[in-house]
Design a protein around this ligand. Structure first.
Ligand code: UDX
Ligand code: ADP
Length: 462
């Protein structure tokens, strides 16, 4: 089976960039991204894309209107496609059974029901969203029970491993592409059809094929291992601060062991993003469901450590500022969950800003890519009262405005531009003593001290 027409349900951080890359690499395949969110689709069709991702604009521009289309016509797109990626959101359930742990699969389920209703002939359905293990079975049974047209389906799992901020490089040159399918002749044919799409630009040896469950589980495990590395180094950051060691030096020494490797050992005020916490919670829920409490508890600790890291950072700020931040101006540098994205989902900045606001601090927030509406909504969502948001937050156009008259600065995202801040200028603008709390270790602690700051840098001993 050769694929001529692809549709993707969900025009988010995964669906948009992934489909743009497929369209750019396969000019003979029509690729349509469909979403019910009209505003989002209008933005994908405009010059200001709804997500910020380095290199994305050029890839979209190369294919949009030729073989890349963005539409709200979900039914029409499904009907026309040979292969349908399901890339809808799968947030953590906030209610009922499994609340706070299990994935909320209502968007997946409604997508499956619609696919069953609209489809004719044979279609390949590909799970792209991060989902709990065995979701493919649920999708298969919904498709079988609801199709009235005699349509046939093969369900594949093809988890996306791109990281935001480097999505285009990751899509262009992935470490691996993983495709899971049923181990039947029909399943193998569907896997081969999807593999042939990726093989247009990815070497065959990097395209792994497995059974469905291995593929679904591998995504959760990869994210759990990555998050675990961050919690491991963050736990050591606290020990470094207590002992006078430097966490970056420790990470370098440890990471040069080829068995450990140098990546993902950067201490921070905690990991954020839409995947890590959600996927570990999913894994924990899965282990609990299969009566494996020891395994569940092991992974739960990765999240506990991450939560502790965020709280201890806020505590450090409050204690250092003479145990009160009430009425004090704190310049917040960065709000996104990492650099080079406008995404704030699970950003540690949300927790830090919430706690500082509840302590009645005045925040002057600067982020080069995140809109003020997003920041306000994020803080409302974590329970900061609207009047406190209105009265105690100011949005600054640059770091120097945020620093003007501030008691302290806090770096919460590792944007490159913070590495080259004019430290003497910042020091002049701030109240004295001028405190800096660097939650990303982007500023050199010896330079900060040389310029007269009272500096706390995560993982750096006094
Ligand atoms: C992650 C996975 O990397 C990706 O494979 C998967 O598809 C989705 O989840 P993402 O969340 O986009 O990607 O970004 P990532 O670079 O993994 O960073 C996640 C969080 O960890 C960020 O808050 C980042 O600042 C933090 N981090 C990362 C650290 O604190 N230290 C590190 O060394 C690396
Ligand atoms: P991700 O980071 O996984 O890409 P997002 O939340 O950014 O997740 O995007 C998911 C998108 O899926 C949203 O824009 C949402 O409107 C869309 N969506 C949800 N359900 C459906 C559906 N049944 N059909 C099409 N799009 C959907």
């Amino acid at each position: 089976m050769s694929i001529k027409s692809i549709c993707c349900l969900g025009a988010g951080y995964v669906g948009g960039p992934t489909m743009a890359m497929i369209a750019a690499k396969c000019p003979d395949i029509q690729v349509t991204v469909a979403d019910m969110n009209e505003k989002r689709i209008a933005a994908w069709n405009s010059d200001t894309l709804p997500i910020y991702e380095p290199g994305l604009d050029a890839v979209v521009a190369s294919a949009r209107g030729r073989n890349l289309h963005f539409t709200t016509d979900i039914r029409g797109s499904i009907a026309a496609a040979d292969l349908i990626f399901v890339s809808v959101g799968t947030p953590t359930k906030s209610y009922g059974i499994g609340a706070g742990r299990a994935a909320d699969l209502r968007y997946i389920e409604s997508a499956a029901r619609l696919i069953a209703e609209v489809s004719q002939g044979h279609k390949i359905i590909v799970e792209k969203s991060t989902i709990p293990v065995k979701t493919a079975t649920a999708i298969t049974s919904i498709l079988a029970a609801n199709s009235t047209t005699g349509a046939t389906f093969q369900v594949l799992s093809n988890p996306e491993f791109l990281a935001e901020g480097t999505a285009m490089e990751d899509l262009m040159c992935p470490d691996r592409v993983l495709i899971g399918g049923e181990t039947t002749p029909e399943g193998n044919a569907a896997v081969e059809a999807l593999a042939a799409v990726y093989a247009r630009w990815i070497p065959r040896e990097r395209i792994l094929t497995t059974n469905l469950w291995s593929s679904e589980l591998s995504k959760l495990v990869a994210n759990a291992f990555l998050a675990q590395r961050i919690s491991s180094i963050n736990s050591i950051s606290a020990l470094c601060e207590a002992t006078g060691a430097d966490v970056d030096e420790v990470a370098r020494a440890v990471g040069m062991d080829s068995r450990i490797g140098p990546k993902f050992l950067k201490a921070s005020l905690g990991f954020g993003g839409s995947c890590f916490q959600k996927d570990i919670l999913n894994l924990v829920y899965l282990c609990d469901s299969f009566n494996l409490p020891h395994v569940a508890e092991y992974w739960r600790q990765v999240i506990h450590l991450n939560d502790w890291q965020k709280s201890r950072f806020v505590e450090k700020i409050v204690r250092t500022l003479y145990n009160t931040v009430n009425g004090k101006r704190i310049g917040v540098l960065g709000f996104a969950f990492k650099k080079d994205t406008n995404d704030t989902r699970e950003s540690p900045a949300i927790h830090v800003c919430r706690d500082l606001l509840l302590e009645r601090a005045h925040l002057a927030i600067y982020d080069p890519r995140v809109s003020r509406e997003t920041i306000q909504q994020d803080l409302l969502d974590v329970g900061v009262p609207a009047d406190l948001i209105a009265s105690n937050i100011e949005f600054s156009p640059d770091p120097y405005t945020a620093a003007t008259g501030a008691h302290a600065l806090a770096t919460l995202t590792e944007w490159d531009e913070f590495r080259t801040l004019d430290l003497p200028r910042l020091h002049d603008l701030m109240l004295k003593p001028a405190f800096i709390f660097d939650g990303r270790a982007v500023l050199a602690s010896d330079l900060l001290k040389a310029h007269g700051f009272d500096a706390f840098v995560i993982g750096k001993g006094a």
